[in-house]
Design a protein. Structure first.
Length: 157
């Protein structure tokens, strides 16, 4: 039996926790949480996405996505619009202010990711990314939907 530190899933979890912590720290100057950044990104990549779909794609609980969306709406970064023919479903749309803030935050997030991957050569980075996307597609097929799919899976990262 393998010790937990030797299990691939545990190693992936540790890396995810470390990168998420670094990204959260990088997003603080923008007053964005990781969940809020994910919600805003989903609304930009797929205008009119529902909160439930955004939550499934990003593996965030519906409750956490709802809290993130509420905070973005209160700050004027995101709008909820009623879906035509379905008054109960709200569609998420980034405002101009949301688009501007997201563009600024993206550059910091990209730099944070690049720093985290510095130990790997560019070829190794591509290989790891490709394998992780393959696992993600298997474990969370919803993450592969539409424009929000990770690069290497039919869409941008």
């Amino acid at each position: 039996m393998k010790h937990s530190a030797q299990r691939t899933g545990h190693v992936a979890w540790q890396i995810g926790q470390i990168v998420a912590s670094r990204v959260e720290r990088a997003l603080r100057p923008f007053q964005l949480t990781l969940a809020q950044n994910s919600a805003l990104t989903q609304a930009i990549l797929d205008p009119g996405v529902s909160s439930a779909t955004a939550a499934r794609r990003t593996a965030i609980t519906p409750q956490s996505m709802g809290t993130a969306v509420n905070g973005l709406v209160e700050r004027g970064l995101l709008e909820r619009r009623t879906a035509p023919g379905d008054r109960r479903t709200h569609r998420l749309h980034a405002t101009e202010a949301g688009l501007r803030l997201s563009a600024q935050a993206d550059s910091v997030v990209d730099a944070t990711h690049a720093e985290a991957l510095e130990a790997l050569t560019p070829l190794e980075q591509e290989q790891v990314h490709s394998l992780l996307v393959k696992l993600l597609a298997s474990l969370n097929p919803a993450s592969m939907d539409g424009a929000s799919a990770p690069r290497g899976a039919g869409g941008p990262i």
